[in-house]
Design a protein around this ligand. Structure first.
Ligand code: DCP
Ligand code: MG
Length: 385
């Protein structure tokens, strides 16, 4: 079983904890200028329709008597760390996915902590005792259902979906609640007569693939209650890399970047296999005199895209002023986070869509290669002249 835990109104709850005069009141945490947005609102304020990401001026209109508080990230991080320490006492497999949220794999913990529902109760109790905050917990046979379950009875919720309840739960799960189904996909699915996830089961894989690409296959798996995504604890120091000795020592950018592109694809495939995204890319160069150099760069958001990895690697190569010829070039990624980690959007909307587009291209290439062989398809830039 997998357990998902998500703290209730996290930033606002911490503010109410630290400032008792705010308890029971409408508290809105966010950029306090009128141009800012709401980070979160206490459940009292949510009754007035205030939601995360809503512009502050609108929140002010809907809830004029609310107390507006600027965020104190250091304090929230501190509480988050305390919570994660408690979770690690219950299972070695803890994957934090955001500041107030984590997955736990409960495999093998029963002898120590009892049935999953007992464990969920114990976790909620321990967190309340240690940091005086309520949380909501979902337990289910897989990740995707555990996450949905934790949201069912918020705040202070506890929902268990037993294996024999999965099918009935999926039959009643509105399709818009499934992660990855945005408004556009939802409209398309509803036009096909799908209002609940269970309805996906009546479609052939081929039809779903045609309509939604590889996401169609994911939807079909989910409809059957299958989510193979493992809980992946953050493992610092682990890395995925690829390197090659060049046919002859060279200083030619074209030859070097060509290597990097092929390596970026291998590294991205490695990340997908591990179920992680990376925050650091490193470049390794062995020069003609056998001197070894490495250069690294760390960025946000974490990525699994070959295109993003390639761009960082090329930048590192360009920053290294090539004087000597190079005999070996290598590319790697490290600084892993779980692949489900939500992506923090840029405040001023740097476009993230093309990156997601490339992740899709990577996955599609991989699907085709795994079915028809490694050599049937490759990028134009890597094709033989
Ligand atoms: N957060 C943010 N901006 C968003 C969403 C969230 O800054 N658009 C921050 C504030 C939240 C914290 O992340 O307190 C956790 O996010 P959740 O989505 O878990 O929201 P809450 O914990 O606030 O409420 P809930 O009880 O619905 O989980
Ligand atoms: Mg939360």
């Amino acid at each position: 079983m997998i357990l998902h835990i998500d703290m209730d109104a996290f930033y606002a709850a911490v503010e109410q904890l630290d400032h008792p005069q705010l308890r029971g009141k409408c508290v809105i945490v966010g950029g306090t200028s009128n141009r800012g947005v709401v980070a979160t609102a206490s459940y009292e304020a949510r009754r007035f329709g205030v939601r995360s990401a809503m512009p502050i001026f609108q929140a002010r209109q809907q809830c004029p008597h609310a107390v507006f508080v600027p965020p104190r990230m250091d304090r929230y991080q501190e509480v988050s760390r305390q919570i994660m320490v408690i979770l690690r006492e219950f299972s070695p497999l803890v994957e934090p996915v955001s500041i107030d949220e984590a997955f736990l794999d409960l495999a093998g913990t029963e002898r120590l902590h009892g049935a999953p529902v007992e464990m969920a109760r114990a976790i909620k109790r321990e967190i309340l005792a240690a940091v005086h905050l309520t949380s909501s917990v979902g337990v289910a046979p897989n990740r995707f259902l555990a996450k949905i379950a934790s949201d069912v009875n918020k705040p202070d919720g506890l929902t268990v979906i037993a294996a024999d309840q999965v099918e009935a739960f999926i039959d009643r799960l509105p399709i818009g609640k499934v992660s990855g189904v945005g408004p556009k996909t939802q409209a398309k699915l509803e036009a096909m007569g799908v209002r609940y996830l269970g309805a996906i089961r009546k479609f052939e894989a081929q039809a779903l693939l045609a309509a939604f690409g590889t996401y169609g296959i994911r939807l079909q798996e989910l409809a059957h209650g299958i989510d193979p995504t493992p809980v992946t604890p953050f493992v610092p120091g682990k890395s995925v890399s690829s390197e090659c000795t060049l046919d002859e020592d060279t200083r030619e950018m074209a030859a070097l970047t060509r290597c990097l592109l092929a390596q970026a694809e291998e590294v991205a495939a490695g990340l997908r296999k591990e179920g992680v995204k990376a925050r650091t890319v490193f470049l390794k160069l062995k020069l003609a005199d056998f001197k070894l150099l490495t250069r690294r760069t760390t960025f946000a958001p974490a990525t699994q895209s070959s295109q993003v990895i390639y761009h960082h690697a090329v930048k590192l190569l360009e920053d290294h002023r090539i004087v000597q010829k190079i005999r070996l070039i290598g590319l790697g990624a490290t600084g892993f986070v779980g692949a489900e980690t939500p992506v923090q959007q840029e405040l001023f909307g740097r476009e993230t869509k093309p990156r997601e587009g490339w992740e899709k291209v990577d996955r599609t290439l991989e699907t085709i290669k795994s079915r028809f062989g490694e050599d049937v398809i490759k990028r134009g830039t890597l094709a033989e002249e």
